[in-house]
Design a protein around this ligand. Sequence first.
Ligand SMILES: [Fe+2]
Length: 361
Amino acid sequence: MSTDSTLLPHPFVRPLREGGVSLISSRGLAAALQGEDPPELLDVRPSTERPLARLPGSLHIPLPELPKRSGEVPKNRTVVVYCQFGNEARRGAEFLSQNGWTRVAALEGGIDEYSRIVDPTVPRYPAGARDRGLVFQQFPRLNSGCLAYLVGDPVNRQAVIIDPGREIDPYLEDLGQLGWRLVAIVETHTHADHLAGHSALHLRTDAPIFVSKRSPASYPHRELEEGSTLGFGSEELTVLETPGHTRDHLTLGVRDKIFTGDTLLLGSCGRTDLGDGSPDLLWESLHDKILKFPDETEVFPAHFGPRHALPDRYSSSVGFERATNEALTQGSREAFLRYMTEGWPPKPVDFDRIVRENLES
Ligand SMILES: [Fe+2]
């Protein structure tokens, strides 16, 4: 079985860092499972997540137990380690490869990506699935390639929605099913490629809308700035100002997740040659803020799709992007500035209209 990075669905793939763990894509795993020597699957998620979804036939050892239970993992077969999104799997695969297993890889994108791309009979986590007490839900919009997020505290039943689209029913359905109160709607920046849903969601839920203090928005809103925090139940989002794609861009963090909007996309970053963007500011935001997070930090952007470098991937980690992202591997600030200013397609025809509408309501 090949665990070559060329199997990744990534048009701008670069070699992984030396000594980094081998990765296998969902499609690569599907092919390997059909092959003559199918790999052993090792699920390293917490036991509470096992009933939500699993790959058939997998061995289950929660990551914290792996050091003392590693004897259960066969050494004479290829082992593919998996979790929900791929980050714990990378840590598990790293542990095994440092301790004598020679054929080991982590499932990039996790069971979430596997179920979307390869096998829809493997269920995705339902709304309300808990990540160590934090509820986290990703809402992909297939027609536009946009991603919105709900994060919530299940004890206090309070949630925040980030970057909602104009079609708000899926968010209302989830909130209704969970019986939760929406306490904040946050826009990471003024979007130019889709009509935002903050006002529609505010009208239905009464939750306040939060945007950067640098936003020229004229609708009623509250301001966030560097160091602001936004509480929901006993959790809180922390705010970083990450200008570059737009001047009003924010990156939001909760626990080990960051919502990077269009500052850091998967495989690339948001363009700076439209509107009030600045490649110099984006360089500083990426290097002085985003890349300061530990490698295992999970990255959740505002977009997916071929226009944003990765057709199938909806989440990543700081470490993976640090090693492979085209914008982050230019080699120098000068090369990055050239990359951000040359070779981009013309300005979309509806750019100004969408920005205007998103700022007015
Ligand atoms: Fe954007």
